[in-house]
Design a protein around this ligand. Structure first.
Ligand code: AMP
Length: 129
């Protein structure tokens, strides 16, 4: 069965899309640690980061770098943090999180956004790509 992220990539499940190229896809996390929390995903469905082939691993990091630079320009923050966990969704994804404080990186505090707010944030990030 396809992962929830493959369903997002294939348009079967909606998302707030940020960027896409031939091999990678970025969209807003639906339960964000902070405004602008973005996930970068390889289209190739692999569970664990370290199981990616070298080319996909490097490509994912380069893609996340481009998205992260746009995120840092779009969302006021001290810096953009990058983390990989994967305990919830078994399809590799890089979390890009605008950080103001350590709590934004811990997945303990969450922010709640309306559909309009998600759309506005996605548009703001995309305008810096
Ligand atoms: P983890 O697998 O622990 O790295 O966490 C998975 C992340 O995916 C969590 O931060 C979720 O909020 C996020 N997530 C799960 N389902 C969706 C979805 N349909 N759209 C956007 N983000 C999602």
């Amino acid at each position: 069965m396809s992962s929830i992220f493959t369903k997002i990539i294939e348009g079967e499940i909606p998302c707030y899309k940020i960027a896409e190229d031939e091999d990678f896809f970025a969209f807003l996390d639906i339960n964000p640690n902070a405004v602008g929390h973005t996930l970068c995903v390889p289209k190739k469905e692999v569970d664990k980061l370290l199981d990616l082939d070298e080319e996909t691993y490097s490509g994912l990091m380069n893609f996340a770098r481009k998205v992260g630079i746009a995120l840092e320009a779009a969302i006021p923050c001290k810096r953009v943090g990058m983390t990989v966990i994967g305990l919830e969704v078994p399809h590799v994804h890089v979390h890009l999180i605008p950080l103001q404080k350590m709590a934004n990186a811990t997945f303990q505090e969450k922010v709640s956004l309306s559909k309009d707010e998600f759309e506005e944030v996605a548009a703001r990030i995309k305008s810096h790509l």
